[in-house]
Design a protein around this ligand. Structure first.
Ligand SMILES: NC(=O)C1=CN([C@@H]2O[C@H](COP(=O)(O)OP(=O)(O)OC[C@H]3O[C@@H](n4cnc5c(N)ncnc54)[C@H](OP(=O)(O)O)[C@@H]3O)[C@@H](O)[C@H]2O)C=CC1
Ligand SMILES: O=C1O[C@H](COP(=O)(O)O)[C@@H](O)[C@H](O)[C@H]1O
Length: 509
């Protein structure tokens, strides 16, 4: 493989700073996220020397594992979900810094045991009292874990102690406020990293670069040129073995309130004064404050929920959501949500933002499609009778990149046009696969950079916007009140109507 300095595509890709030695304590160490994402990301970062040799990871969960078992389990996770071990010597060195400390979030004695253990490790691993506590557990545990960590004196040094909180942050506006209050009682905002892994994705960050490092887009980025914007996160997987969590969350809490709304913020916000964490977060809050569901008096015009029923995908029969293990037979949990937002400000008046996400859809795809207005008068013949409008698409998954759809002249004597694409592909351009979002976010947290993490007021504003739909859906538990869609299709018909009624259609990538 070419060295960073030799490969011209990779110039400038070197990470500037390596975090100080520290101990990362993961609550929920035996869970899915730790196994599939966090440990593989941490190992890869150490392999790439983006983490110091002293990096130490302590897993916490109730089950009675040994350090050795946690190491073996982690190794298997890296083989299955990461880039593999690659180098046994490097693995052995990394594994020496992996520890397990069984404990129950609800029990104060677990924190005393953990505190003593971290103290011992500090001396052994030379980690200088630097601590990150990562709450990779179900959201209902967040308040208790924070209270207990605070009471045990483990969050009392704002310079050395950091707290990472997974999503969803609360389950509605009032619980998010309570959680923020708990956070404020036990630590300062500068210590808190509310994580949203979509902010760690390269194309999501590329949105900022495209908008604010290029002069040509900003003049067009408003109601004069943009017809509407669509944000889609479609998944082929179903609820898998996460019904315990998903039944009480649903697609609105699991995806829209956090991932899709963060992407929405970066698309719609005003230019920040600088890249400073608070400049960006302040602009995100401002655009959220101006945002509402399109029509709260007629929710069918702005918020659609759906649930997959049995269907066929890749020749295989897929069970319906209500037949999945752990799901109640009459469940009205949504596995699909589509929403229409309006932003009441000068830039976006009358420009709808359509957001949709769902499980068991035909394709795994995440993208932002910015559709421009049609030309006022077409003087050419078009292959499709009518010229297609320009669409700028940010492809978050798969094939991270950006493409611009435009009309081009077809060969021949006639002046006829056809729709073509100008493509930028991240991997081809830079000669590297984009790294996993968790790498970037874990490093940023260890370096004390909060730019890609959400602030308390941001989370609360996001909850405020979706509250009318959330309240209506919570109140309506009739199994027939949710629109059904066959697994392997693009969601319920009501979601098509949401956009078709405005004379528009969902972008198909
Ligand atoms: N999985 C994913 O792809 C993603 C998950 N997330 C978020 O990450 C968090 C974790 O999710 P996930 O890993 O899927 O969840 P899992 O259900 O797989 O894991 C939960 C973990 O919590 C531990 N746990 C449960 N109760 C206690 C307790 N009383 N004391 C101590 N530990 C406890 C469990 O271990 P034990 O039973 O041994 O105690 C287990 O390690 C959630 O907030 C989720 O929303 C975010 C993005 C993606
Ligand atoms: O946070 C979550 O995200 C995943 C989708 O993430 P992606 O990076 O694969 O697009 C989703 O499957 C899960 O339900 C949700 O909790």
């Amino acid at each position: 493989m070419l060295d960073l300095l030799e490969n011209p595509f990779r110039l400038g890709l070197r990470q500037e700073r390596v975090p100080e030695p520290q101990i990362l304590t993961i609550f929920g160490a035996s869970g899915d996220l730790t196994h599939r994402k966090l440990i593989p990301a941490l190992y890869q970062m150490r392999l790439d020397r983006r983490l110091p040799p002293e990096i130490t990871i302590v897993g916490v969960a109730r089950r009675d594992w040994s350090h050795e078992y946690f190491r073996e389990h982690s190794k298997q996770g890296i083989e299955e979900f990461g880039n593999g071990i690659q180098d046994e010597t490097a693995w052995n060195e990394f594994a020496k810094g992996l520890y397990y400390c069984s404990g129950d979030i609800d029990k104060p004695e677990s924190y005393q045991k953990l505190k003593a253990f971290l103290g011992e490790l500090d001396t052994e691993r030379r980690t200088m009292g630097n601590r990150v506590f990562y709450l990779s557990v179900a959201p209902n545990f967040f308040p208790e874990a924070i209270k207990q960590l605070g009471s045990a004196g483990m969050l009392n040094d704002p310079q050395k102690h950091r707290l990472v909180i997974e999503k969803p942050f609360g389950r509605d506006l009032s619980s998010a406020r309570v959680l923020n209050r708990v956070v404020r009682q036990h630590c300062q905002e500068q210590q808190v990293y509310r994580i949203d892994h979509y902010l760690g994705k390269e194309t999501v960050q590329n949105l900022l670069v495209l908008r604010f490092a290029n002069a040509i887009f900003e003049p067009l980025w408003n109601r004069n040129y943009i017809d509407h914007i669509q944000i889609t996160v479609a998944e082929t997987v179903g609820v898998e073995d996460r019904a315990g969590y998903y039944e009480s969350a649903g697609a609105l809490r699991d995806m829209i309130q956090n991932h899709l709304m963060q992407v929405f913020c970066l698309t719609a916000m005003e230019p920040p004064n600088s890249l400073d964490a608070d400049s960006i977060r302040t602009e995100k809050v401002k655009v959220l404050e101006a945002t509402r569901l399109a029509d709260v008096n007629n929710l069918n015009r702005s918020a659609i929920r759906g649930q997959y029923q049995s269907g066929w995908m890749k020749g295989e029969q897929i069970p319906g959501y209500r037949e999945e293990p752990g799901v109640a037979p009459g469940s009205v949990t949504s596995s699909f949500v589509a929403m229409k937002f309006m932003v009441d400000n000068w830039r976006w008046k009358d420009v709808p933002f359509y957001l949709r996400t769902g499980k068991r859809l035909p394709k795994k795809v995440s993208e932002i499609a910015v559709q421009f207005k049609e030309v006022p008068w077409l003087i050419f013949q078009s292959a499709s009778r009518q010229a297609n409008p320009n669409v700028l698409t940010f492809q978050i998954y798969p094939n991270e990149g950006i493409s611009l759809q435009f009309e081009a002249k077809m060969p021949g004597a006639d002046l006829r046009t056809r729709t073509e694409n100008m493509d930028f592909n991240y991997q081809e351009a830079f000669g590297v696969k984009s790294s996993d979002a968790y790498d970037r976010l874990l490093i940023d947290c260890m370096l004390g950079d909060q730019t890609l993490f959400t602030r308390s007021d941001e989370v609360e504003e996001a909850w405020r916007i979706v509250t009318p739909a959330l309240s209506d859906w919570e109140a309506n538990t009739d199994p027939n009140s949710i629109s059904l869609y066959e697994a392997g299709t693009w969601g319920p018909l009501a979601a098509e109507d949401l956009i078709n009624d405005d004379g528009r259609k969902w972008h198909r990538s």
